[in-house]
Design a protein around this ligand. Structure first.
Ligand SMILES: [Zn+2]
Length: 383
């Protein structure tokens, strides 16, 4: 009897061993910022499985069945204080011991087929996020006893300004001037169609404002919606690429979105200290997105509304809603989107963007999009 059991056990072990060849872990890298640490674990092939992190004194343990560790896979970023990753193999399981503060929370999830992301955050961040869970995003008291909508403050951000001219058009127009002109027209139009709503501008003249300050201004003003206005551009001009696209904050999905974000993020070179953005790797954008997860649905809905209105009311072509890691949206405690109105590198887009008629039409459609967003937001409150 015992012999038969042993035989059966051996058979099972052999079968499992044959079905799942070991996956080798090629890289373990950490991105550390004051708010969080993101550990990226990359495998050479598809990771078949992993176990939930287990808390142990001084940190936690990750177990990756069927995985092995390549030599030098642990990057120096993951083996220096305050973080320290140690690895050992117990039978066919790769065991990673991660040292961190006892109060930190740990979330482990897949990022594609070959990557695991381990997000370590201080407990207080987790509490702050809980306050922003979807059911609390639209607190009942915001509607007020008279049933007025709670979308009482809207923040319009005219991209660039001052020494940061933004993109330079094929016709000589500066992005900073086009965005400011459109932003002012949006404000004027909103005053007409939504008179009880306060509109806050991050700038209303030709001044330079750091990217982080823009969401700070929005948060300080108690903004309920944040819109950053920009113009797109290609590295060479004139260029045939044209049309309008709207972005929400998320790690870039494709090269084109990443190109747009990196061009806009380049504004930080005009700032006195770039240290604030040093940790802003792709992994940090993921964390920033997680902190905003309660606004994602509303941001998507607002972005879709903008695209619809602009495409209906202007000759600009619809390039759709996309996602990328824009620094200017990081930290917004409200639904937020960024619009790339058109391409200054394209002759006909640039001409339209620089014209009063074009600016007025774009601003009018943005204001309409804000109004329809506000209306659907209001309806969602009464349900
Ligand atoms: Zn821009």
């Amino acid at each position: 009897m015992v012999v038969r059991w042993l035989l059966a056990l051996c058979t099972i072990t052999i079968t499992i061993g044959m079905q799942q060849p070991p996956t080798s872990i090629t890289m373990i890298r950490a991105a550390v910022s004051p708010d969080s640490t993101v550990l990226r674990i990359r495998a050479a092939s598809t990771l078949t499985g992993f176990q939930r992190p287990e808390r142990v004194p001084g940190g936690f343990v990750l177990r990756l069945p069927g995985a092995t560790l390549e030599n030098d896979a642990i990057d120096s970023s993951a083996s220096a204080a305050p973080l320290r990753v140690d690895a050992k193999r117990i039978r066919d399981i790769l065991v990673l011991t991660v040292r961190c503060a006892p109060t930190d929370s740990v979330v482990l999830r897949r990022d594609g087929q070959r990557d695991l992301l381990c997000v370590i955050q201080p407990k207080k961040t987790e509490k702050a996020e809980k306050i922003e869970e979807p059911e609390d995003v639209i607190p009942r008291h915001h509607t007020g006893s008279r049933g007025k909508w709670s979308l009482d403050v809207i923040v319009i951000d005219a991209g660039h300004g001052g020494k940061d001219v933004g993109a330079e058009g094929v016709n000589g127009a500066f992005e900073k001037d086009v965005t400011l002109a459109i932003a002012k027209l949006v404000r004027a139009r909103l005053a007409e169609i939504m008179p009880s709503t306060k509109v806050v501008m991050t700038r209303d003249n030709d001044v330079f404002i750091e990217l982080f300050r823009r969401t700070q201004i929005a948060n300080d003003a108690g903004g309920k919606l944040f819109l950053s206005i920009h113009c797109n551009s290609m590295p060479t001009k004139p260029h045939p690429a044209h049309g309008c696209e709207t972005y929400i904050l998320r790690p870039g999905r494709n090269d084109d979105a990443a190109r747009v974000a990196s061009r806009e993020n380049a504004s930080v070179k005009f700032e006195q200290s770039q240290r604030r953005y040093e940790g802003m790797t792709e992994d940090q954008i993921i964390v920033a997105t997680m902190a905003q997860r309660s606004f994602v649905r509303l941001s998507e809905s607002f972005a879709a509304s903008i695209q619809r209105e602009v495409v209906d009311d202007t000759p600009l072509e619809d390039r759709g809603v996309s996602q990328a890691g824009f620094f200017v949206l990081v930290g917004a405690a409200m639904p937020n989107v960024l619009i790339e109105t058109g391409f200054l590198s394209n002759r006909s887009d640039a001409e339209y963007l620089a014209s009063q008629k074009g600016q007025a039409a774009i601003a009018g459609s943005i204001a309409s999009a804000i109004r329809s967003y506000a209306a659907s937001y209001q309806r969602s409150l009464s349900h």
